[in-house]
Design a protein around this ligand. Structure first.
Ligand SMILES: CC(C)(COP(=O)(O)OP(=O)(O)OC[C@H]1O[C@@H](n2cnc3c(N)ncnc32)[C@H](O)[C@@H]1OP(=O)(O)O)[C@@H](O)C(=O)NCCC(=O)NCCS
Length: 176
């Protein structure tokens, strides 16, 4: 069935998640080459990932999957993990599900579409994220999307044989 596009873009679009996305998400959440950029290494069961997805489906907002426009494949997701609706600021997470899709601008375009959603569609005031020092590609991508580095938490996490710094980046709507 055709997917519902919520924020259209040139190469990728943000579409509404569906139950069928669980298969690719379950594969991704156990791919060490990708999750080493998001969290300390641990495996996840299908049930845990299903619970995560169900929670996002029930709330029906703040979580999108990223669709590649030419092939219609679901290649990632972008979402707000913790949010403060009162002060209107949010923590963003983004991940492409397939190593072959990295470094092709898809992630940066998806982030820009999500910023459009945050600042134009629903008028948020600030977005922020944490990125680890083992991830220069993500740091470069966020800088392309106008994020500013505001703090470094040193040796914050242990990920695969090393302690990595956690870099806090943020953007105000006045900087968008
Ligand atoms: C982070 C992510 C969303 C970025 O999306 P992307 O589509 O891969 O990023 P882009 O291709 O737009 O940009 C990557 C940039 O990093 C640069 N880059 C890549 N490897 C690099 C390196 N080792 N050092 C410095 N810069 C690097 C590229 O040159 C590119 O910049 P350019 O367009 O100016 O040349 C995506 O890579 C991803 O999902 N990675 C795995 C999960 C992850 O890291 N999530 C983020 C957790 S905070």
């Amino acid at each position: 069935m055709e997917r519902i596009v919520f924020v259209p873009g040139e190469s990728v679009s943000l579409v509404i998640p569906e139950k069928q996305d669980l298969d690719i998400m379950y594969k991704w959440i156990n791919n060490i080459n990708l999750i080493k950029y998001l969290q300390p290494i641990r495996h996840n069961t299908r049930e845990t990932e299903e619970k995560f997805l169900n929670d996002k489906l029930e709330k029906a907002d703040k979580f999108f999957v990223i669709m590649q426009n030419d092939t219609k494949e679901i290649i990632g997701s972008v979402w707000f993990n913790e949010f403060d609706d009162f002060s209107r600021n949010w923590i963003i997470w983004i991940c492409l599900y397939d190593e072959n899709k990295l470094w092709k601008w898809y992630g940066s375009e998806a982030m820009k579409l999500f910023l459009k959603y945050a600042f134009e569609y629903i008028w948020y005031n600030k977005v922020k994220l944490q990125v680890f020092s083992n991830n220069p590609r993500a740091i470069a991508s966020y800088k392309k999307c106008w994020f500013k580095e505001v703090w470094i938490f040193r040796q914050e996490l242990y990920i695969m044989w090393e302690y990595v710094d956690s870099i806090a980046m943020e953007m105000l709507r006045s900087e968008y």
